[in-house]
Structures are given as C-alpha cells and as structure tokens.
Design a protein around this ligand. Structure first.
Ligand code: PGA
Length: 252
C-alpha cells in the first residue's frame, strides 16, 4: 500500500497569501517523493482554491456537511468540495467532537462523503491515556456507531486514523504515542473493522496514526507502528519539518 501523509492545517495560516506560499514550498519539496508517498494538504475551507499551486499533491478538507445543498448557513457540501478538486475529507476530528460533534453527526458526514466518492478520513481515538488498557471502549464505540448503516461497498474509500486525543500537540500536557502501542492499536482497529465491514475491505483500509508526529518520530511510527501513513497537525505548518517527515517515510 502506498503510504499516505495528510497535513491538517487546522485553522491556519492567517492569510491566503501565506497559505499559497506554504503550499507551494511543500509541493516543491515533496516532488521527488511523490512516486512513493501520497501527500494530502487539508487547509481550512477558504484556502481550498490551492489546487493550481500544489502540483502532484492532493487536496483535502477538514470537514463537510451531510446535506447536498440548501438552507444550511455556514455549511459546505460534498459537491462543493469536489468542484474544487478536493478528493479527501477529514471527518470526526477530536477538535470537532470537542465542539459538540456527536457520533451520529460523524456517521452522517461519513456516509455523505463516501457516497460522493470522496476518500473519507475518519479520526478515532480515546480522550484519556490509560496504560495497558486493551482496546479503549471509546474507540470501539466510535467505530461501531459511525460505520453503522453505511452500505459496505462504499467502504473502499474509507481511511481510519488512530489519533489518541492525549497525543495531539495542542492538548495541554500531550505526548506522542509510542510505535509499539500504535502497532497494537492498529491490529485492534483492523480486527474491529473485519467485524464491521468484512475481511477484504478491512484489510484494504489504510490505518494511519496522528498525534505529535514530527520529522524525528515519523519514520518509527510507520516502520515499527506498521501504519499506512500519518496525520500531521502542528508540524505540517512548518515546511522544513513537514518535508522532513515525508522524506523520512519515503526513505524507509
Ligand atoms: P498534531 O495534530 O500533529 O499537532 O498533534 C494532529 C491532529 O490534530 O490531527
């Protein structure tokens, strides 16, 4: 499976000019790795016009609404994303869940994105760090509720990110997870996916890790954690760090 690295810019940078400049630099820096790695930039909605600047990178959004059109002030539809060349969409990020997004909402968004042929990047992860906890019930619950009721054939476009909330760099006191735990969580998540969407699709579903990934730990998460890629927040805004992450994974 070709490795996948997704840059989650969150609500950054401040201006369109900065966004274009960052996108251009990252696109140039990653050119030599594009045969080995798919890199997705997920900027905020107002900067989704980056397509012309990003050469061989792909474009992702950080959220989407589930209705196709209509009177939904402030929301953005799958069709609007697709018309801008967006092919990936992050769904259920913990920062959106913290703002009140429930598993039912996540399920609707996931269904809408998959139905529209977008690659849906579902983020799951437990809020509290618990050593030796087997499969965190929160992660199981999220997967069960959020994949429910979606026709199985649509899951070919599913990507799952294991992103423990306590490992996200902007969370106070956060620390990155370790590759061993990520490896175990990857197995547990895939096992759960087998139950929920069937073996063939579960085996083909990329599972990524996210949470304080930087140029120093990225390769270990992929090599020893055996994930299919990474979701990168803070470090994706620092061009050198981000290119360093892509390089280190390409060199594995
Ligand atoms: P981080 O963010 O890499 O800054 O920890 C990851 C994310 O929230 O997706």
């Amino acid at each position: 499976m070709k490795k996948l690295i997704i840059a989650n810019w969150k609500m950054n940078p401040r201006t369109a000019k900065e966004a274009i400049s960052l996108a251009r630099t990252v696109a140039m820096g990653n050119r030599q790795f594009s045969r080995k790695i798919d890199v997705v930039l997920a900027p905020p909605f107002p900067f989704l016009h980056l397509k012309p600047y990003i050469l061989n990178l792909k474009l992702g959004a950080q959220d989407v609404f589930w209705k196709p059109e209509g009177a939904y002030t402030g929301e953005v539809s799958v069709f609007q994303l697709r018309s801008l060349g967006v092919s990936y969409v992050i769904i259920g990020h913990s920062e959106r869940r913290a703002l009140g997004e429930t598993s039912d909402i996540v399920q609707k968004k996931l269904f809408a994105a998959l139905k529209a042929g977008l690659r849906a990047v579902l983020c799951v992860g437990e809020s509290e760090y618990k050593r030796d906890a087997a499969f965190p019930p929160q992660v199981r619950e999220e997967l069960h509720t959020e994949l429910r009721g979606i026709p199985k054939h649509l899951f070919r476009n599913l990507i799952v990110v294991y992103e423990p909330v306590w490992a996200i760099s902007s969370v106070r006191g956060s620390k990155p997870d370790n590759p061993k735990n990520v490896f175990e969580m990857g197995i547990l998540i895939r096992r759960e996916l087998v139950r929920l969407i069937g073996k063939k699709r579960a085996m083909a579903t990329p599972i990524l890790y996210g949470g304080s990934v930087d140029e120093k730990n990225a390769a270990a998460f992929v090599r020893e954690g055996r994930v299919d890629g990474l979701l990168v927040g803070g470090a994706s805004l620092r061009q050198k760090s981000f290119i360093g992450i892509v390089r280190s994974v390409a060199e594995i």
